[in-house]
Design a binder for this molecule. Sequence first.
Ligand SMILES: [Zn+2]
Length: 216
Amino acid sequence: MDTLILNKDGSPLSLVPLSVVNWQVAIRLLSLGKVKVLKDHEDWVVRSQKLEMFVPSIVICTDYVKWNKRIKYSRTNVYLRDDFTCQLQTTSRCKEHHGKVKIAELTLDHVVPRSKGGKTNWTNVITACKDCNADKGNDHTIVPKKMPHKPTYYEILAKRKKHPVRVRDLEWAYYLGDWDPSLVQVIPIKQQYHDHGEDIDDNGKERKDLKKGKRS
Ligand SMILES: [Zn+2]
């Protein structure tokens, strides 16, 4: 994602997730007068038949946007709530590591199994490692270390801030408040990214968007 969106008061519209959009959306918002440019990506120009312009790096809303500080139920946010820690810890390898396994080994587990009518939501889903999840099977007598709850925005924000955040422009760090600067990772914009429409992330969706943008 290419452009950081700030609210009219100069703080990011949202920190979890960080309010960033791809450059096409940023340019559309700009043409609609909904945002003003605070800073451009000075080394990134996009061209169409009629127009040549810098891609905005930071934009600010022209009107104050009121929004509900609500945390979306998602896999990553459940992991964040549970500190990326297995909440079952029934298998020996997991116990040994106090539930701290590699992210790739984490799964979501329903406390009340779906087969027994368990819902997929904040209060029925926990983080579990693959081993413990398989070990548990459909045995719902195994209870998690902590019963799951619906977190607040600020709870998830505090936890999110302990992890790295990827930015396109180091100047974004200024708007991230007390986020530890050592956790701010700059993803450079590679020349090929805008010349040939190739994405530098393994984010297929963004790549598709980019190609679509080139065709139109
Ligand atoms: Zn486990």
